[in-house]
Design a protein around this ligand. Structure first.
Ligand code: SF4
Length: 218
């Protein structure tokens, strides 16, 4: 039987442990660096819509880099026309509200916006404790997001390994495991958008998506 040249010892365990801790710190720093890079880039821009576009571009590039060097075998059940997650309450950094409102104003007629506002008001009234579930008024008749390219970060970061987990979460509030890297990238971007507002003495807390969007459209 071939024998390893390495001899097991507590010193060897300690050495490997220290190496793993160093790698772990480098990995964590990737997400901090991403957030700081986004903050530097968006801080050059006063317009909310531009800040969001810059952030989305940075997210896309980060996800490409991570998927190239950290390939994932995580199962993802999400597909167009599913929409089960579109009943969860959504919070967003404030910059997304004018970004999405501008998109709606430039792509829909006055009648369509008036009808949407009625649905948004209904959604706010339907969203009751304890779980605050109500179908998003921006979902279309085919259970697809009608503002897909403009949807909030919270909608983008959500992934599920199994539709049944989503249905269970809708019913009882249980959690759905997320793809860790994707989740961390979107978290870094969210924190960067908030940090930009905080730095400029503006309200920076995440806000309830539908009530804020309704106010912006009114
Ligand atoms: S904005 Fe789009 S993705 Fe987000 S909850 Fe509404 S329909 Fe779903």
């Amino acid at each position: 039987m071939p024998q390893s040249d390495l001899v097991f010892s507590s010193q060897h365990v300690q050495k490997v442990s220290e190496e793993m801790q160093a790698v772990s710190q480098s990995y964590e720093a990737l997400f901090t660096d991403l957030g700081e890079q986004i903050l530097r880039d968006i801080d050059q821009e006063e317009r909310d819509s531009q800040q969001v576009q810059i952030t989305l571009k940075q997210i896309e590039q980060a996800l490409e880099a991570f998927s190239a060097y950290f390939p994932s075998n995580d199962k993802v059940a999400c597909q167009k026309g599913c929409g089960h997650c579109c009943v969860f309450p959504v919070k967003t950094p404030p910059q997304f509200i004018p970004f999405i409102a501008d998109h709606i104003k430039t792509t829909r007629s006055d009648e369509e916006i008036a009808a949407l506002k009625v649905k948004m008001q209904q959604n706010i009234e339907e969203r009751q404790p304890p779980l605050y579930r109500a179908l998003c008024p921006l979902i279309d008749n085919e259970s697809a997001c009608s503002i897909y390219e403009h949807r909030p970060l919270a909608c983008r970061l959500f992934t599920s390994p199994d539709v049944q987990l989503c249905l269970k979460s809708v019913a009882d509030g249980s959690s759905v495991s997320q793809q860790p890297i994707r989740y961390r990238v979107y978290q870094s971007a969210t924190v960067a958008l908030q940090a930009q507002l905080k730095k400029n003495n503006k309200p920076y807390e995440q806000i309830d998506f539908i009530p804020a969007l309704l106010a912006e459209l009114t």
